[in-house]
Design a protein around this ligand. Structure first.
Ligand code: 1OR
Ligand code: 1OR
Length: 416
C-alpha cells in the first residue's frame, strides 16, 4: 500500500528546517508556532493590502537570509535585529532555492582558509605593470578595496600558454582563476554529450571563477587558440578575498536586483548569481559609457543617475525630421540625437550583445551615474531567461524609431 505525500509537504518542512537551523531557537515549539502562523498569514493575505508589507519586506529579508548563510565575515554580529524581522515574516516557498544558492557559495572551511598564510609571488616592475594593465578592467576586481586588490596582485602568478593548450577542462576541480594578458581562447561546453564552441576570449577578460565561487566542477573547457600569457590567482586567495567580497555585494544589491522587472524570469538563485558577477562603475557628468559603432563587451543596469542614449544622425536615416526629437528637427551630419534616457533600474547595452552587432547608439552620463556592469559571457550565461523581455523591448525601439523619424532607419534590430 502506498501512502500519498501531500503536495508541498516536503518543501514546507525543508523551509521550516532551514529556518530552524538558521535561527537556532531556544524554544522550538514556540518558534514553530510563530513560523507556521506567519506562513499562514502570508498565504491567506496574498490579495489583501497587508501583503504589501510582506512583499515589500521580501527583498530585505532575502538579503538577510543569503548574507547570513553566506557569512564568511564573522567579525561583526550586527544581524540580530534583522533576524527578528525575518522571523516575523518568513518568505514562502523561496527558502529552498535560496538555501541552495547559499550552499553553493558557502564554504564551512572559510575560516580555515582565512588562517592560511598569504600567498605572494614576487614580481619584477615590468611584470607588475603588465599584471596591473591586464587586471584594470576585470569586473570581479572592481569592488575590491585597495588593500584587497594589492593582496590579489601579490598572489597572482604568470603562466605562458601554447596554442592548443587546455587551460581548463570541463568537470575538473577548480584550481585557479585566470586573467588574460594576451592570447585568444575558445570556450567549449558539452551539450548533449557533444562538445560545442560557445564563445571565445580575444586578448582580454578572465575565466575560471565559477568553480571557485560555487565549489562546483569546471563548467566549460578553455583552450588556447594562440600563444599567450595568463595571470593566475589560486583558489584559496580567490575565495578569501573575492567570495568574501561577494557576500557583501549580495547584501548591498539584493534588494535592488530583486526589484528589477528585467530579471523577473530568473529564479532567486539565478538572481544571486547575477549579483555575484556584477560590478559597480561610476561615471562623471558627460562621460561616455558606450560609443556607437564599438564592439560590445558589457551590459549595463543603471543604479543611480541618468544615462542619455544618442545616435549619430548620419547613422540613422531620418527621413522625417520630427520636432519630438528634443525640439530640434535639423541636425548637422555629425550631430548626435538624443533618443532615450535610462534611469535607476533600467538597462542598456543589450542590443549589440543580443544581435552580435556593433553598438547601435552611444550612452552618456548625465550627472554622476552609477552602473552595474556585467560582461558578455556572464550576460549570455545568466540572462537567457530574460531574453524574451529584452527582445520585446528591442522591438519597441524599432517602433519608437518609426514614430520619431518615420522610418525603421539603417539600424536593424532583428534578434534571431
Ligand atoms: P569555471 O570555473 O566553471 C570554466 O571554468 C570557465 O569558463 C567558467 O568558470 C567561466 O569562467 C568560463 N558557461 C560556463 N562557463 C563559461 C561560459 C559559459 N563562458 C565562459 N565560461 N557559457 C558561455 C557563455 C558565452 C554558457 C554555455 C552554455
Ligand atoms: P547597444 O548594445 O546597441 C547602445 O548599445 C544601447 O543604447 C543599445 O544597446 C540599447 O540599449 C540602447 N531606443 C532606446 N535605446 C536604444 C535605442 C533606441 N537604440 C539603442 N538603444 N532606439 C533605436 C535607435 C537606433 C529607438 C530610438 C527612438
Amino acid at each position: 500500500m502506498s501512502i500519498e505525500v501531500p503536495d508541498g509537504l516536503k518543501e514546507m518542512l525543508q523551509d521550516f528546517t532551514v529556518e530552524v537551523l538558521r535561527n537556532q531557537p531556544r524554544d522550538l515549539l514556540e518558534f514553530a508556532l510563530q513560523y507556521f502562523a506567519q506562513l499562514k498569514e502570508n498565504r491567506s493575505g496574498l490579495s489583501s493590502s497587508s501583503v504589501q508589507n510582506s512583499t515589500t519586506c521580501r527583498p530585505r529579508m532575502t538579503v538577510n537570509f543569503n548574507e547570513e548563510a553566506m557569512q564568511v565575515d564573522t567579525e561583526n554580529g550586527e544581524d540580530d535585529e534583522d533576524d527578528e524581522e525575518e522571523l516575523i515574516a518568513p518568505v514562502v516557498n523561496r527558502f529552498i532555492r535560496r538555501a541552495s544558492v547559499c550552499a553553493e557559495a558557502y564554504n564551512p572551511d572559510e575560516e580555515e582558509e582565512d588562517k592560511e598564510p598569504r600567498v605572494t609571488h614576487p614580481k619584477t616592475d615590468d611584470q607588475r605593470q603588465r599584471l596591473q594593465d591586464a587586471c584594470k578592467d576585470i569586473l570581479l576586481f572592481k569592488n575590491l578595496d585597495p588593500e584587497q586588490m594589492s593582496q590579489v596582485l601579490d598572489a597572482m602568478f604568470e603562466k605562458p600558454v601554447e596554442t592548443g593548450e587546455h587551460i581548463i577542462d570541463q568537470d575538473d576541480d577548480g584550481d585557479n582563476f585566470y586573467v588574460i594578458e594576451r592570447g585568444t581562447f575558445n570556450i567549449l561546453v558539452k551539450i548533449g554529450g557533444e562538445e560545442r564552441l560557445v564563445g571565445s576570449y580575444d586578448n582580454r577578460g578572465s575565466f575560471g571563477e565559477l568553480a571557485l565561487m560555487y565549489n562546483t566542477p569546471r563548467a566549460a573547457t578553455i583552450i588556447a587558440t594562440s600563444t599567450g600569457a595568463l595571470w593566475c590567482l589560486d583558489r584559496v586567495t580567490f575565495r578569501r578575498i573575492i567570495v568574501k567580497n561577494n557576500a557583501k555585494k549580495r547584501k548591498m544589491y539584493e534588494a535592488f536586483i530583486e526589484s528589477l522587472p528585467l530579471l523577473t524570469s530568473l529564479e532567486p538563485a539565478e538572481r544571486m548569481k547575477v549579483v555575484d558577477v556584477l560590478s559597480c562603475k561610476v561615471y562623471g557628468d558627460g562621460e561616455r559609457i558606450i560609443a556607437q559603432g564599438d564592439v560590445a563587451d558589457c551590459f549595463y543596469i543603471v543604479e543611480s543617475g541618468l544615462v542619455r542614449i544618442t545616435v549619430k544622425r548620419g547613422e540613422v536615416s531620418l527621413t522625417a525630421s520630427d520636432s519630438r526629437c528634443h525640439g530640434s528637427p535639423l541636425h548637422s551630419a555629425s550631430e548626435e540625437v538624443d533618443i532615450a534616457m535610462c534611469a535607476r533600474g533600467q538597462y542598456f547595452g543589450e542590443l549589440a550583445l543580443v544581435t552580435n552587432k556593433p553598438r547601435a547608439a552611444s550612452a552618456y552620463a548625465t550627472g554622476t551615474v552609477k552602473c552595474l556592469v556585467m560582461d558578455v559571457q556572464a550576460f549570455e550565461r545568466l540572462l537567457g531567461p530574460c531574453m524574451e523581455i529584452m527582445k520585446r523591448n528591442i522591438a519597441n525601439y524599432e517602433e519608437q524609431l518609426i514614430n520619431l523619424f518615420g522610418s525603421t532607419a539603417a539600424i536593424t534590430t532583428e534578434t534571431a
